[in-house]
Write a protein that binds this ligand. Structure first.
Ligand code: GLN
Length: 196
């Protein structure tokens, strides 16, 4: 609908997936999994409703379709959103509470190197560059949500910025803009495992 669509299509293609944009309900029927990009969650909420994709997408997610959301995508997937507009809708596919624009004015946008469980603990590069742009953080999680990354230092030290619950993955940051394809490969592997 909106946001970093092209960047995710490129990253997914490099990670070995057959990636295509989804704007209509019929296009949703053709895919095994979905990525919800970074962008602006309140705009996405509005456009998903206008294009009559909101309900079909929420239904596919409820039926277990694998999904990955970066930044605004994390907000869309979450079950509870703090600091959003009262009319913004969300997809309720991930049992987390997120706070929009959580990092505040002074550090609205920043980059850091962080550890990502399941990725940087292998033999590849031991850390990952993470780009945050007016990002949310995860304020609380259900017991079966795995924390994959936290802010390593600074005023937001230890805030949760990557999570997984079963087939749903979300990051506060934007791996689609760095050229590092490890998060997209991680997601493609999740999809392969879930869909055979
Ligand atoms: N602040 C945006 C929102 O609330 C998210 C920013 C982003 O995706 N880079 O949707």
């Amino acid at each position: 609908m909106q946001g970093d669509v092209r960047e995710h299509l490129a990253a997914l293609t490099e990670a070995g997936a057959h990636a295509r944009p989804v704007r209509r309900p019929t296009e949703l029927d053709d895919v095994d999994a979905i990525v919800i990009p970074g962008g602006e969650s309140t705009t996405m909420s509005h456009l998903l409703t206008v294009f009559e994709l909101f309900d079909p997408l929420r239904d596919r997610l409820a039926a277990g379709m694998p999904a990955y959301g970066s930044c605004a995508g994390m907000i869309m997937l979450a079950s509870t959103i703090l600091d959003t507009r009262p009319d913004a809708r969300h997809l309720d596919a991930l049992d987390i509470t997120v706070r929009r624009n959580a990092f505040g004015r002074q550090v609205e946008s920043f980059e850091t190197d962080l550890r990502f469980d399941g990725i940087t603990d292998g033999h590849e590069e031991p850390s990952m560059r993470a780009v945050f742009i007016r990002a949310p953080w995860v304020e609380s999680i259900a017991p079966d949500v795995e924390v994959l990354a936290r802010v390593p230092d600074g005023p937001a030290k230890d805030r949760i910025v990557a999570v997984r619950q079963g087939r749903v993955l979300a990051t506060s940051f934007h791996p689609e803009v760095t050229g590092d394809r490890r998060v997209h490969r991680f997601f493609v592997d999740m999809v392969r495992a879930a869909t055979g």
